[in-house]
Design a protein around this ligand. Structure first.
Ligand code: CP
Ligand code: NVA
Length: 304
């Protein structure tokens, strides 16, 4: 899919056609891999990854994805670079651009990614910031498309914290014509400007009642109450027991609703093991789809 954007920081950079095109490409790449392997279309290309925060899925899926496309990955913990000794992100961006074909960064402050993107001549991918997680949403919507055979007209219920993943999911909903109902405690709503922007092209409802959100929902989603950047252990009390996805809440959604979670999950907090491991859960396909959807993204950005 040819993209107009150089970088992917939020999903707002994409048009609906580009977003849906990336999902189509992801599904094709998955089939190609399962038939025997992907073509080495990123031969001799490199991806440099910078991690300020821990990761399992993002790191491994990007690394293996590049390998399966014939490319190579370099993984940097930000502590091991001169960033830790005060070299600016601007100078780091300019330096890395002279070596590598693409940069993926997982950071705390989203502004750091914006600076990285402004000063890099190569594409920059957000591998999660405190504010957004666009790569997760590419995989999530690919998973919904696979399971439901469509996107437009569906309803997603988001339960719990209106966090970085939720912000990106709202953009995903707007790009694909999905309705979204978001149930959070007061004070834990998603980003106001994201909601305002998305409301121009999708029905985005905010509520404090999880059962309002799950009514007629095709997809039920939650995420941890304690994201990596939220260190206060007391915040969990604001969510439990009301915002837990458990069998009773799942029953209030459509009978054939699917359950998504970006993982890692805190079992018995935001979701019970009975739901995570139950027959409506598609979390392992969702985790796998990070691999396929990021390949589609890498090919589009690096070959632009
Ligand atoms: N979902 C996700 O981004 O997982 P990691 O934190 O393990 O990369
Ligand atoms: N909201 C979580 C997502 C982890 C993949 C976090 O930011 O820690």
């Amino acid at each position: 899919m040819k993209l107009k954007t150089k970088d992917l920081l939020t999903l707002a950079e994409l048009t609906p056609k580009e977003f849906l095109g990336l999902i189509d490409d992801s599904i094709k790449l998955k089939k190609e891999l399962k038939k025997g392997g992907n073509k080495p279309v990123l031969k001799n290309k490199t991806l440099t990854m910078i991690f300020q925060k821990p990761s399992t899925r993002t790191r491994v899926s990007f690394e293996i994805g590049m390998f399966q496309l014939g490319g190579h990955t370099i993984n940097l913990s930000s502590n091991d670079t001169q960033l830790s000794r005060g070299e600016s992100i601007e100078d780091t961006a300019k330096t890395l651009s002279r070596y590598t074909d693409c940069i993926m960064a997982r950071v705390y402050d989203h502004e750091l990614l914006q600076k990285l993107s402004a000063h890099s001549s190569v594409p920059v991918i957000n591998g999660l910031s405190d504010s957004f997680h666009p790569c997760q949403i590419l995989a999530d919507f690919m998973t919904i498309q696979e399971k439901k055979k469509k996107l437009k007209g569906l309803k997603i219920a988001w339960i719990g914290d209106g966090n970085n993943v939720c912000n990106s999911m709202i953009y995903g909903a707007a790009l694909s014509g999905i309705d979204m109902s978001i149930a959070t405690p007061k004070g834990y709503e998603p980003d106001k400007s994201v909601v305002k922007e998305a409301k121009k092209s999708a029905n985005i409802e905010l509520t404090v009642d999880p059962f309002t959100a799950t009514k007629n929902a095709d997809v039920v989603v939650t995420d941890t109450y304690s994201s990596i950047h939220n260190k206060d252990p007391k915040r969990i009390k604001k969510f439990l027991p009301k915002y837990q996805v458990n069998p009773k809440l799942m029953k209030s959604a459509k009978k054939d609703a699917i359950f998504l979670h970006c993982l890692p999950a805190k079992r018995e907090q935001e979701v019970t093991s009975s739901v995570l491991d139950g027959n409506q859960s598609v979390i392992w396909d969702e985790a796998e789809n990070r691999l396929h959807s990021q390949k589609a993204l890498l090919i589009s950005l690096i070959h632009a």
